[in-house]
Write a protein of this length. Structure first.
Length: 214
């Protein structure tokens, strides 16, 4: 069984999750809470760990993994640019349940950029995740903790039932609220397009970007 560390997901303190930092820096894969479900987390600069996440998910490598950030200032570590429409959306809804697909920085791992040349980024709303990324000083993956075709895990019991000893560590923040996934918007060009409806309603989104396509 992987090591389990209890945390308060609503604190910004990094106290207590040093083993998670060490595991991620070694190229490990951990599970931890997000605003909605538990996620599989690997450091963005660890290719073998990214490949492990795809394997655990049973996911096609052509479907890129999204990244969780601590602040919008970290966007240009992974994105070639932040189009004006994306900046408007980020300003309105980050931190929060909005994932933006933006042009990927050249040379980004294919597990993150995918065949379209876009990378999915979100400043996570849960304070403990932002604290983890800030301490790690790099983004982590945020794909939901479930094999393809199974419901996303809301508890560590569900995480363990899916992955067992395949994980290096689990951050136990208690049950996640579940609900809808993050809203996903393709903001790679001047006309952003809604790819996946989610927590944020269309009326709120269009208040920030009136020409949002659906």
């Amino acid at each position: 069984m992987p090591r389990i560390i209890k945390i308060d997901p609503h604190t910004v303190s990094s106290a207590g999750f040093e083993p998670a930092i060490k595991a991620l820096l070694r190229g490990g894969v951990i599970a931890g809470p997000t605003q909605t479900f538990y996620g599989l987390m690997a450091a963005a600069d660890q290719p073998q760990a990214l490949a492990r996440v795809l394997e655990l998910k049973g996911r096609d490598s052509r479907k890129p993994l999204l990244l969780l950030l601590d602040t919008s200032q970290r966007v240009l570590d992974y994105a070639q640019s932040l189009p004006d429409s994306a900046a408007d959306l980020a300003g309105a809804f980050w931190p929060g349940p909005l994932t933006l697909l933006v042009p990927a920085k050249p040379g980004l791992d294919p597990a993150l950029a995918g065949p379209t040349g876009g990378v999915g980024l979100r400043v996570e709303g849960l304070p403990i995740v932002r604290a983890l990324v800030q301490t790690l000083d790099r983004a982590v993956t945020g794909t939901s903790a479930n094999p393809g075709g199974e419901p996303p895990a809301r508890t560590i019991a569900e995480v363990l039932s899916y992955f067992g000893d395949s994980l290096d560590l689990i951050l136990d923040g208690g049950p996640c609220p579940g609900g809808q996934a993050s809203t996903l918007i393709d903001a790679c060009d001047s006309r952003p397009r809604l790819l996946r409806p989610g927590v944020l309603g269309l009326e709120k989104l269009r208040a920030a970007v009136p020409d949002l396509q659906t």
